[in-house]
Design a protein around this ligand. Structure first.
Ligand code: NAD
Length: 298
């Protein structure tokens, strides 16, 4: 038997269509649309390509979008002043700073200067704290974990009482998704184990997982014999393992041996086309949420 594929590409389309309709509804009811600013410092090609994708998606949804490009040598004080300007701009509901920043600027100081109510990335310590409390306290869940949860829910995977094993404990994926799956509520209520580089027997934990979420950044780390038959496998890893000579594009591989795993598990995300397309989608969802919050004054 071959596992059902959980397509992030298809689910992204579904969510973007829902968001587009919501933006039209917002415009009709309030005369306003979500406002998003993306601040790019310098000209790293990878950063430009990420920012371009975010800007294009925002525009396609009808957002008021500002791409604010700043030179490499902008001072920390000027960048902080720019953030302050957008913090106080009523037409802006989401502020994104593309990382990495140049060495002379303190990332943490800059990210912490964003008003938590406009921190649609969900990285501000206030939003991390709110995520930990859960329920109505959560303003903006971080985007990759939110995308993972959405894939789990929309693929019809039962989470209540499920054994979830998360491989990886980073601040942007492992820790937040573990917290989110353990919370009380829809798409959660799971029993969660976090495993990492110091875990004694990775295989024995993975074998118990009804839902296995792997975010290690190690190609083919998870072997087929570690997978519980019928389980749901979410492969977050994106590893460049070579170059396609014809297209000149990088060959990407996940953290799970996909070809072997799909013969054992019940559902699985591919790499690429699984978790990858979800991150920007959830960023847009957070921005729409922020716009409602600001427009309705909640
Ligand atoms: P990270 O390097 O910050 O964290 C990796 C975690 O995996 C660490 O906590 C480490 O303890 C654990 N780990 C590493 N090797 C391990 C091993 N052999 N056994 C057990 N645990 C191990 O990485 P990250 O930022 O969390 O990203 C993880 C992967 O997910 C990367 O491949 C990254 O490219 C990918 N990623 C994808 C998206 C997306 O698709 N949108 C977003 C974020 C990260």
């Amino acid at each position: 038997m071959t596992a059902e594929l959980i397509s992030g590409t298809d689910i992204r389309k579904e969510i973007l269509a829902e968001l587009k309709a919501e933006v039209e509804d917002m415009k009709a009811k309030t005369g306003k649309v979500p406002g998003l600013v993306t601040i790019l410092v310098g000209s790293s090609p990878a950063s430009i390509s990420y920012v371009t994708l975010k800007v294009k998606t925002a525009i396609s949804l009808g957002f008021h979008e500002i791409q604010d490009d700043q030179p490499d040598d902008i001072s920390e004080a000027d960048l902080l002043a720019l953030i302050d300007k957008y913090n106080n701009d009523p037409d802006i509901h989401g502020i994104l700073i593309q990382l990495p920043l140049p060495k002379h600027i303190d990332d943490k100081k800059v990210l912490n200067a964003i008003n938590p109510d406009k921190d649609v990335d969900g990285f501000h310590p206030v939003n991390v704290g709110r995520l930990m409390i859960g329920g109505d306290e959560v303003l903006y869940p971080p985007c990759t974990p939110a995308g993972i949860q959405e894939l789990i829910v929309r693929s019809g995977t039962e989470t209540s009482g499920a054994e979830v094993v998360v491989v990886g404990r980073s601040n942007i994926v492992g820790k937040p998704i573990a917290i989110m799956m353990a919370q009380k509520g829809k798409g959660a209520n799971s029993t969660v184990t976090i495993v990492h580089t110091r875990t004694k027997d990775l295989a024995s934990h993975c074998k118990r997982a009804d839902i296995l979420i792997v975010a290690a950044g190690v190609p083919d780390l998870v072997k087929p014999e570690w997978i519980k038959p019928g389980s749901t496998v979410i492969d977050v890893g994106v590893n460049r393992v070579g170059m396609n000579e014809k297209t000149g594009k990088a060959i990407l591989k996940g953290d799970v041996d996909f070809e072997a795993a799909k013969k054992i598990c019940g559902k699985i995300t591919p790499v690429p086309g699984g978790v990858g397309p979800m991150t920007i989608t959830m960023l847009m969802k957070n921005t729409v949420r922020s716009a409602w919050k600001h427009i309705e004054g909640k």
